[in-house]
Design a protein around this ligand. Structure first.
Ligand SMILES: C[S@@+](CC[C@H](N)C(=O)[O-])C[C@H]1O[C@@H](n2cnc3c(N)ncnc32)[C@H](O)[C@@H]1O
Length: 423
């Protein structure tokens, strides 16, 4: 490895650790970092993910080594976690003259959140225990430790399941790091890793991330075409789950009461709103990741077609575990008054002067309410002829038809996506 290549790596780490988080400006440094670590470990982010297996544990999925390596490519996630870890370590070092002890569970092949920092800091007072469930990650981490000559920082490297691992007698840690999560704490075992490992955290110790906050909002069912400059009018319903040290301790004491709950729907939101779920991560103090900054913060917006947001009633939620955890929501069910529905005639024109649109829209709405009415063959031919003449794809048009809450919304979609020229 040439001195130039090493310099490029060290400079990348310095930029990532010390400069403001910025997805655009920092990406070249992320590339330098992952290329260097990929080279040393022989686990490159360019390898085909299909050749590597996840490990399905009883407490969640441990993603494969290549997929874990690829996490490094999420610039803001990686940079903000690296900076949060650095801040927590440096604050801790100032409060004591003793060594500080860190447990890092789920290192992946690069130990991205900590190894690059150790490689440029070379502070012998930092003592680290590293755990991963994949033997390939453990071999890769050993290569990095030897390469960077940071053996003095390493207490032990363990290939084990972090939800079961037992620390040596009386071992306590000042900092426990784990990023084993996806948005909404689905699938991966973050909750159960913290629930188990928190018993080894010293009284004044910190978990990283410090807090994962899941919130539920009502968000307007806006047009399929986002309106420019429209104010965000989301209504916060509730923080429905929060993973922090208190919750980890409750879970460790077998109290999982926070896995289940409900939230009340306010009055006045009966129509045109859907449920939006967000994930905010406080890595450490001001180092935070919020909506849309990385895959861990992608919001989920939905409303089952048979659900109805009725003011005063409740949305129930439950964290369904184990294996592949997920929050499941149940809504008030639509009260359907089954009357015989009479649809507008196919020939009737809509606001754009097109036949069939009103008819097909009413048809889709009726189907969403559980009233299935057959489309006669002749109407279907007329409809597909109309779509052909407007150069509209059948599948996308059906999706838009069903997703639209109002006919105006579907008409706006038609105007944007067809070759229709409006006078
Ligand atoms: C999302 S990756 C993160 C990798 C790296 N820490 C980073 O932030 O870039 C999660 C890692 O945790 C490991 N992991 C998941 N569940 C685990 C478990 N129960 N015990 C030990 N390691 C686990 C996976 O093998 C994977 O390497």
């Amino acid at each position: 490895m040439s001195a130039d290549v090493l310099n490029t790596y060290q400079s990348a780490v310095a930029h990532l650790l010390n400069e403001s988080a910025n997805a655009g400006l920092m990406t070249p440094f992320i590339n330098d970092l992952k290329n260097y670590l990929g080279n040393i470990t022989s686990i490159s982010t360019d390898l085909d993910m299909n050749d590597w297996n996840d490990e399905n544990t009883s407490q969640g999925v441990a993603i494969s080594p290549v997929q874990a390596a690829k996490c490094t490519e999420e610039t803001l996630r990686t940079q903000i976690f690296m900076q949060g870890v650095k801040l927590a370590i440096e604050e801790r070092l100032k409060t004591t003259t003793d060594d500080i002890h860190i447990l890092y569970a789920g290192t992946g092949p690069y130990g991205t959140l900590l190894i690059p920092y150790l490689s440029v800091t070379k502070n012998p007072r930092i003592k680290v225990t590293l755990i991963d469930i994949h033997p390939e990650n453990i071999s890769a981490i050993k290569k990095l430790i030897n390469h960077f000559s940071i053996n003095q920082n390493i207490t032990s490297i363990v290939c084990d399941d972090a939800t079961r691992w037992q620390a040596p007698e009386s071992q306590q840690f000042d900092i426990i790091i784990s990023e084993t999560m996806t948005a909404l704490l689905k699938r991966e075992p973050q909750v159960f890793i913290f629930a188990h490992l928190c018993q080894y955290l010293s009284g004044t110790g910190t978990l990283i991330p410090q807090k994962v906050s899941l919130r539920a909002w009502l968000t307007p069912f806006t047009s399929l075409i986002p309106l420019k400059g429209k104010r965000n009018t989301d209504i916060l319903l509730k923080e429905f789950y929060c993973l922090d040290i208190d919750e980890a301790k409750r879970l460790n004491a077998a109290d999982n009461s926070s896995f289940k709950g409900r939230m009340q729907i306010p009055n006045g939101v009966e129509t045109n709103y859907r449920l939006k779920l967000t994930t905010d991560i406080q890595v450490y103090k001001h180092c935070k990741l919020t909506e849309n900054q990385c895959s861990l913060n992608i919001p989920l917006t939905f409303l089952p077609h048979n659900a109805e947001l009725r003011g005063g009633e409740y949305i129930n939620f439950e964290y369904i575990t184990p294996h592949s955890a997920d929050f499941v929501f149940t809504f008030p069910i639509k009260k359907i008054i089954k009357t015989k529905i009479k649809l507008t005639k196919f020939s009737e024109l809509n606001n754009l002067g097109l036949p069939g649109v009103k008819h097909m829209f009413e048809h889709a709405q009726a189907a969403k309410c559980g009233c299935s009415i057959n489309i006669d063959e002749n109407e279907w031919t007329q409809w597909t002829n109309l779509l052909d003449s407007l150069a509209l794809p059948y599948h996308e048009t059906s999706v838009a038809l069903y997703q639209s809450q109002r006919i105006e919304e579907f008409e706006a979609w038609l105007s944007t996506n067809s070759n229709l020229t409006l006078s």
